[in-house]
Design a protein around this ligand. Structure first.
Ligand code: ADP
Length: 157
């Protein structure tokens, strides 16, 4: 008798998670967030500490160019070290975004105090974390942060 075992990559979804400079500046917060990732059954597929130039920041957030907070966001995201992860688990995109909480910190603190932004967010811009919001953006964003990581090959493994 044969038992069919699905390939891991058919069960697992990938997402990009970023710990923004406000949190990386605090080693205890960074450590707490790393623990949260593990406690929530994510597999850490890749991890990288990096500092963006302003151009990287402008490119990544180009969809927001023209919004009132764009310059503030671009400056902030290139103001210090960040940590990026490629994470895998079932429903990874949705799960990480649930853990992040609402974009705006007032809302996060008042409606979702147990989320990462509810606990650690400082302002609407300095809101601790980023997460991809769709399969397409996860692929684009993983490629942006980890150009050497071949998603297609990982999916086939
Ligand atoms: P999310 O990061 O929750 O997916 P968006 O894609 O809408 O949210 O925005 C990208 C980032 O831009 C946010 O995480 C935050 O840092 C910043 N931002 C969004 N909206 C505002 C705002 N109204 N005021 C200041 N910064 C903002």
């Amino acid at each position: 008798m044969f038992i069919t075992v699905p390939r891991l990559s058919r069960v697992l979804q990938l997402t990009l998670a970023v710990i923004k400079p406000d949190a990386v500046a605090h080693p205890l917060i960074l450590e707490t967030l790393h623990e949260k990732i593990l406690e929530n059954n994510f597999i850490i597929v890749r991890r990288k500490d990096l500092i963006w130039k302003k151009e990287n920041s402008e490119m990544f957030y180009a969809e927001h160019s023209g919004r009132f907070f764009y310059q503030r966001l671009v400056e902030f995201m290139s103001s210090g070290p960040m940590r990026a992860y490629v994470l895998a688990r079932d429903d990874a995109i949705h799960h990480w975004r649930e853990m992040m909480g609402p974009t705006k910190v007032f809302k996060a603190r008042h409606t979702a105090p147990d989320t990462i932004r509810g606990q650690f967010g400082l302002t609407d811009t300095r809101n601790t974390t980023h997460g991809s919001d769709s399969v397409e953006s996860a692929h684009t964003e993983i490629n942006f942060f980890f150009p050497d990581f071949c998603i297609g090959r990982w999916m086939e493994e």
